[in-house]
Design a protein around this ligand. Structure first.
Ligand SMILES: [Zn+2]
Length: 407
């Protein structure tokens, strides 16, 4: 429910630039491919390898072999790759990365954004995993509560609520998924390449909050395919997204099984949302929002996400994604205090309150789960760098909440 306010920032997404980032794949594909030929042999960069040609297509045509070298252009020095003389086939999307082991399943747009159907599907799986990891008494209260999707990119929202018959649900909007992916994209790029995209992006976003709130696509300078499509960045991006959505979903589930909605939502599981109704239904649960409930849901949600993450085959989720979500809204607020979109947040636990709760909960979880590794045990992996000399504390508090790990 805190997200009713914190992420309800419904004015933040007046313009659907992000829709462009995800929906306008063809457009972005063209610009992405156009830049790739100048990048010889970047390891792990899909599309950097020459596209196989289709027999019978004339040189220079889509699918055909490259045209002959441009007259007057000097030959490349020995050992250097040949200078490309034609653009790749228009619309010829560079190899879009896939899940290892699941060939052909595309996860990312040609600019390296997680695709909306992928995020929805991922969230659904994580939601179920978190329910399954709950103690029986809690699980029985939420196992039939559906995770709904509101296809509204102009609304950043995720909350635990119910419909007009009192039937309960958890809902996440398209805008919320995109916001989480933008955080994950910029953070993952920073961790992989030492850039400052995350903070730059928040600054740009804050500048746009004059008069009306809106969200922005990543600026073109952040769409360099040698970074945005780098396999290490994509892998890390997905880890951060998973951790972040696991925190959001775990928090919302807690509102339900802790009984925070009480008499407001007493119709049992199985709620539905009609298109366009998400804002009205969000307002309905606002009276049930209070600081004690929010803190309790944060504690429960972090415990749930860390326990659930232990069952992941590779990367074990940390609280890093939660801290990014909290940090993101804190920075946006600090850079633009009093912006209309943040009035909702005033009734909510401040990020200064929430971040320590999340960190302390995670540290206590690790103390009570000796041997458990979160964030794969390294600062790059968890966004929560270890501090030396904290006895018994597998992962210490970061010196500054949400700041990139010290290099
Ligand atoms: Zn909440």
């Amino acid at each position: 429910m805190c997200e009713v306010h914190e992420m309800s920032l419904r004015s933040i997404l007046r313009r659907t630039f992000l829709g462009t980032a995800l929906a306008g794949i063809g457009l972005w594909a063209a610009s992405a491919t156009a830049q790739i030929p100048g990048v010889p042999g970047v390891p792990g960069l899909p599309g950097a390898t020459p596209t196989p040609t289709i027999p019978g297509i004339p040189p220079g045509m889509p699918g055909g072999p490259p045209t002959s070298p441009i007259p007057g252009l000097p030959a490349p020095p020995a050992g250097m790759p040949p200078i490309p003389t034609s653009l790749p086939a228009p619309g010829g999307t560079p190899g879009v990365p896939s899940i290892p082991g699941l060939p052909g399943l595309k996860l990312f747009s040609p600019t390296g954004a997680l695709l909306m159907p992928v995020m929805k599907d991922e969230a659904k799986k994580i939601y179920q995993k978190e329910i399954d990891a709950l103690a029986a008494s809690k699980k029985s209260q939420v196992e039939k509560i559906p995770l709904l999707f509101e296809d509204n990119k102009a609304e950043i929202n995720a909350f635990a609520g119910c419909d007009d018959t009192g039937k309960t649900f958890v809902v996440v909007t398209a805008g919320m998924y995109q916001m989480l992916d933008l955080m994950a994209q910029t953070k993952a790029t920073d961790e992989t390449f030492g850039t400052g995209y995350y903070d730059e992006y928040i600054k740009e976003l804050a500048k746009q909050q004059e008069g009306k709130a809106q969200i922005l696509p990543l600026p073109p300078g952040m769409l360099d395919p040698t970074k945005s499509l780098d396999q290490r960045k994509l892998k890390r991006q997905r880890e951060i997204f998973d951790e972040a959505i696991a925190y959001v979903l775990g928090h919302e589930l807690a509102h339900h099984y802790m009984g925070h909605l009480g008499s407001v939502c007493s119709g049992g599981a199985g709620g539905t949302i009609k298109p366009g109704d998400v804002i009205r239904l969000a307002k309905k649960v606002v009276p049930a929002v209070n600081q004690a409930n929010e803190i309790q849901s944060d504690v429960e949600g972090v415990n749930n996400l860390l326990s659930t993450g232990q069952n992941e085959p590779d990367y074990k989720w940390s609280e890093g994604g939660a801290l990014i979500v909290i940090d993101f809204f804190k920075k946006l607020r600090d850079l633009h205090p009093g912006a209309p979109l943040f009035t909702f947040m005033m009734t909510h636990p401040a990020p200064e309150v929430r971040a320590p709760i999340v960190k302390n909960t995670a540290n206590f979880w690790r103390l009570t789960h000796p041997g458990a590794v979160t964030g794969n045990g390294n600062s790059q992996g968890s966004s929560t760098p270890k501090l030396p000399g904290v006895p018994g504390m597998p992962s210490g508090l970061p010196p500054m909440p949400g700041l990139p790990a010290p290099k």
